[in-house]
Design a protein around this ligand. Sequence first.
Ligand code: SAM
Length: 467
Amino acid sequence: MGQKWITLENILVEKLILWGIGLGRDTTGKKVLISWGAIPESVVDIRVLKNRSNRIEGQILRVVKRSPLEARLPEHFQVYGGCRWLPIPHEKQLEIKEQQMREVFTHHPEMVEGVAWHPIVASPEVYGYRNKVEFSWWKYISAREGVHDDYRFGFHESGQFDRIVNCTYCVLGDEVVNDIFTAFNAFARENRIPTYDVKTGVGFWRHLVIRRSKKTGETMVVVSVNINYLGDDQQVEFRKALKKFIGMIPVITSGYLLHNTGKADIVQGFFEHIAGTKTITEKLFDLEFEISPKSFFQTNTLWAEELYRVTGEMIRTKNPVVFDLYAGTGTIGMVLANRAREVYSVEIVPEASEDNMRNLTKNNIKNVTVINAPVEKLLEEWKKEGKTPDVIVIDPPRVGMHPDAPGILRDFNPEEIIYVSCNPATLVRDIALIAPNGEYRITDITPVDMFPHTHHIEAVVRMERAS
Ligand SMILES: C[S@@+](CC[C@H](N)C(=O)[O-])C[C@H]1O[C@@H](n2cnc3c(N)ncnc32)[C@H](O)[C@@H]1O
């Protein structure tokens, strides 16, 4: 029996708003928000998911009329959840992102009065830019759909968390990443051990993570498996075969076998070092960073350089004392260190702070202090101690700052605040909390094209003390 859905037909996608959601209108003029892969100027039929008083939310069922903007992609390109904007020409993507950045200030026009809007900074590479790609092995068995597929290896389908599409070519990884993926695909198929089933927790192959330094070419693979699926003798045999296989791919300089026995579909567990070096080295400008399998590192190396260049250029205070808040592995603080008197680098994740300290030593940087603590707690302590930063750089996660943090931050009265944002919505919310009565005014906004072919937008915003 066919599924009964409420549908809406012939909806024109007028534009894309934040998160890549398409905006259209029904015949009464009510807003229609269209998720998963809308392309501006296309006409689509949608399946209605929610009908609210002020808007309808739905998913595309079929494309009735293709958008004149839609690019013809080379045959070997595939569109997954992670590169959904591929059919939109890159120039148009940049235009959309710039537009979206301006639109988030629609309800706060006073914030952007007299602001210098700088052009969006494009990623230096449009394809093959990712220094880390994560593939998944999967099964897909569905009696309802009549599908029984024991082996899939690739990426999650757009908007589907329980389904993997076989990858043949990853546009966001470079040729080496694709070659390694292809080799592992053949290796896993030949070796006949079953893929892991997330529903039952039975099976072996789970994820392949490939990390490749853009600057040095050093390449790490992490083979994530449910090791307990094999008996002790089989484990010994498998390890031997895997080492031999990795040894035949000279471009791989570091190899790990991840004992991933947890049920959650994430890359975690015990990392057993099995080949080459334990870390790979990446570079930003003339700084070197050691990357271990657990380290966080910006996934677009060349783009990260652009982001940090823009961040540095925004700072006008000479020889400042800088708070680098939400520091991750401390890359922003390290890049700023040679023009600052002192940098205080604050991060909540212990492993990231440890990486930060190791990289400071490696690069012989002496004027950065690393503190592993929640920003909101530490700022309270520093306020009592009477610390006086000249510049505060904040780079919070997508959810933005903890609600206690903006007010305390303002109390430090720094000359400048530089907000590096990966979520325009929380950016505007936090700015309103930092300067509810115009204590700081925005002087500059530079959108940065973080990941081409995705809806993500990064922006660097400079604020200065109003008086
Ligand atoms: C967008 S990342 C920024 C990373 C870094 N600035 C960089 O350029 O690579 C946000 C960081 O904030 C950290 N974080 C999240 N909440 C935090 C909190 N309350 N206090 C301190 N750090 C936090 C996360 O662990 C993450 O490393």
